[in-house]
Design a protein around this ligand. Sequence first.
Ligand code: ZN
Ligand code: MN
Length: 478
Amino acid sequence: MSENDLGIKIGLEIHVQLTHLKTKLFCGCSTDFRGKEPNTNLCPICMGLPGSLPVLNEQAVKDAVALSFALNTQVQSKMLFFRKNYYYPDMPKNFQITQYDKAGGVPFSVNGKVKMENSKEIRITRLQLEEDPARLSYEGTIDASTATFVDYNRAGISLIEIVTEPDFGSPKEARIFLDKLRSIVESLGISDGALEGSMRCDANISLKGGIRVEIKNISSFKEAERALNFEISRQKSLIAKEIKVKRETRHWDEVRRITVSLRTKEEEQDYRYFPEPDLVPITLPPELLDKIKLDMPELPENLKDRLVAQYRISIANAKILAENKEYAKYFEQCGKIYHDANEISNWVVGDLIPSLAKRNISLQTAKIPPESFCGLLKLLDTGQINRSTAKTVLDEAIDSGKAPDAIVRQMGATKITDETTILQIVNKIFEEKPTAVQAAIKDPNAINYLVGLTMKATKGQADPKVINQVIRMKLEAG
Ligand code: ZN
Ligand code: MN
């Protein structure tokens, strides 16, 4: 059975943490909790103590507007916050302040669409602002642990929840969308997808128009694709055995790479949503929306198109450069220094980015400014070094921060093509190795030994073709 025959329908629910905000959604506590002492960034508001009053973070609202525009959703001009009531240790108040209410509450924005590479459109159902619950951790696995640890430092951090229609036809397509979403939020400067748990995802999946199964607790986008692939094989084998797929919520166990049943439809909770009485309704004035629209940074899609049009580089290269604003900026800076944009894009995409990835460093921490990088391309362009030397020099420049021409001088790596220079070296070898010369006169195959000696004497920097010519010339001359 191919994936199409399976009639796969996948919908996603993504939580994006607004990691660039300094304070939480409703209080002044720091959002800097990663690697910090647990339960230190707390106050009566995010601990939900009686009498404390939430105050909405204005920047979080502006970020939600910007993301709404980027996903082409319609922003509601008036909106409310709701209490989603549930009793669980990750919520000190026993309710989450959120925006969606199944009884008809108004989310932040609705009815968007995102265009995929194959020009298919993914519909965005809604987007809403809400607070992150606390972080729970266990000793080893969830079922073997004798205790649950709660860190309330995460409780109250701003989240944007994005819900899509079940428009994805495969786990791969869902993954592509998730990566696209990551590059959008990064280009808006509202979240850093590289931070652990900053973008989390739940998914629902059905086969052949059957029952919808939800998968919860997926910690990263790579895991999302894995979880969905597992769920497809699980449901496929149930269908093959004519066992009914149950409507249920399943948990993705990252360690065992399987989904396990969490709860069935019958146990589904009623959250008893009601309007949050401690927060006033929000009204977004049209002037504010206009200003945010005007100040929108260039989104990856537009950036990609512009790079192709302006620099005539390949779409494939432009796409990779546009996914990360830092790469695109670097490429454009190099474009001002060096004439060949295509060559720049090939080296940035094909060599620089992989070299950085290998070292697990970013462009900012790498010690290779655009001037150095372009200096390398100039050395290559003028034939002073060959491509393989250039790669070595690039690595050295990234690690040491030295200028490529300085590195080349130090390595003595300048490519020798000059016949006179090579002749001088060959002359010396002929004097030192008369027997090898005699052997080469008798047997043309023995010439390789002399070529090898010359290569060695030039530390591999001389052109073997020229060496060959020079040696043959000398042998013929006697
Ligand atoms: Zn607080
Ligand atoms: Mn949520």
